[in-house]
Unconditional design. Structure first.
Length: 388
């Protein structure tokens, strides 16, 4: 029985209402996600930007035999508790390196204690009232101020918040990612080329493809357990080093690179292959001289995204011990090192309030690097992308 015009109109109205509801629900979800992102980044900026400033005070430093034996004696009693213990510990070494300092007194800008730093930033502090008054007098006299915290980018970790920096973690991250790419990129690309261009379509290759796709969804901590069992316990690779960290992250990055490479290879039209075969090229020549060069932008884009994903991982590196206290910058792939996510994790567990801003500052640095890597991947895809 045919429907009347009014019934058809009513059905269309119901469909349009459902479509409108779906549209507004989708827009609401997008707005909610954007709001969460704005709140997160805003909170990190508010908490992290103070980490890029550090309090310094101008004090009179006396280089004497007494200060050689007892470093705190180098400054007077009024400001002794306001000066960083890290600076005071360096005084004997400075006098040994420069004997001419012996017997001299000079006014110097020195690193302030973390509590003084927090007080000047308007945060809660454990300074006594007399210490606060001393800081106020120094600030009024222009002898206490906040300056750009270069130490945050040039020094390693420390138990004293005013001395803690991200340099050792940044270098450890770079060394780890170098190992990751040197291992995962060639193996991943060659595996994808074989599966896509050479392997026969049989039960074995289908099982391999299914397992590769499944590996991309495996929790990252399982790769850490695998790295602990294989590289450290079986092969004896040094623990907590960029070498074992890079090898572990390479296991996790391989499926991403393989899938991205296969997608890039499939994007090359079959007519390119057929034309190469038509002029007498072998299958390897077709892949080497035609297919790979045309798919390289997509391969690089996928590899960069996989690298960015590996850079943000913490769980597998915790399992292999890359959360060690590393005050010095690592200079070798076999020296103990840590990475930025693990350093942030360590700072987040410290009780001192000053480490809160160090944690947020480290997150800002890590986010900046990750956004840069993903932006470069997008730029590379747009610049070198070819439409067929």
């Amino acid at each position: 029985m045919s429907q009347s015009f009014d019934e058809i109109t009513a059905q269309l109205k119901r469909r349009h209402r459902k479509s409108a509801r779906l549209k507004w629900m989708s827009m609401g979800a997008l707005i909610l996600a954007a709001a969460f992102l704005v709140v997160f980044i805003g909170d990190m900026l508010v908490k992290g930007l103070p980490a890029f400033q550090q309090a310094q005070i101008q004090v009179e430093v006396s280089y004497t035999e007494q200060s050689m034996q007892i470093p705190p004696a180098a400054v007077n009693d009024e400001v002794r508790n306001l000066v960083s213990r890290g600076f005071l510990r360096l005084i004997p070494g400075r006098m040994r390196d420069n004997p001419d300092l012996m017997g001299t007194t000079s006014m110097e800008w020195v690193l302030a204690d973390a509590e003084v730093d927090q007080y000047l930033k308007g945060h809660y502090t454990r300074l006594s009232d007399s210490q606060k008054r001393a800081v106020d007098r120094l600030e009024e006299a222009g002898r206490a101020e906040l300056r750009f915290n270069t130490r945050f980018f040039t020094s390693g970790d420390s138990k004293m918040p005013e001395l803690a920096g991200i340099a050792s973690a940044a270098v450890g991250t770079v060394l780890t990612l170098i190992v990751t790419m040197l291992v995962s990129f060639p193996i991943g690309v060659m595996t994808a080329v074989y599966l896509e261009e050479f392997a026969p379509d049989n039960r074995l290759t289908q099982i391999i493809e299914i397992n590769i796709n499944n590996l991309a969804a495996v929790p990252s901590i399982l790769f850490g357990l695998l790295g602990l069992a294989i590289y450290i316990n079986f092969f004896g690779v040094p623990r907590s080093t960029p070498l074992v960290g890079g090898l572990t992250l390479a296991l996790m990055t391989l499926p991403v690179i393989i899938i991205a490479t296969r997608t890039a290879l499939r994007s090359v039209p079959d007519t390119i292959r057929q034309a190469a075969f038509g002029v007498g090229c072998s299958r390897w020549q077709v892949v080497r001289d035609h297919v790979l060069p045309l798919s390289l932008p997509g391969i690089m884009t996928g590899s960069i995204i996989g690298l960015a994903q590996a850079m943000g991982e913490t769980a597998p590196l915790i399992i292999i011990g890359m959360v060690a206290f590393i005050p010095d910058v690592s200079t070798s792939f076999t020296n103990a090192a840590t990475v930025m996510p693990a350093q942030i994790f360590t700072w987040a567990g410290e009780p001192e309030r000053a480490f809160i801003e160090k944690t947020a500052g480290g997150i800002l640095v890590l986010l900046a690097v990750l956004i840069s890597l993903n932006a470069s991947a997008v730029w590379m895809r747009k610049k070198f992308e070819r439409r067929w």
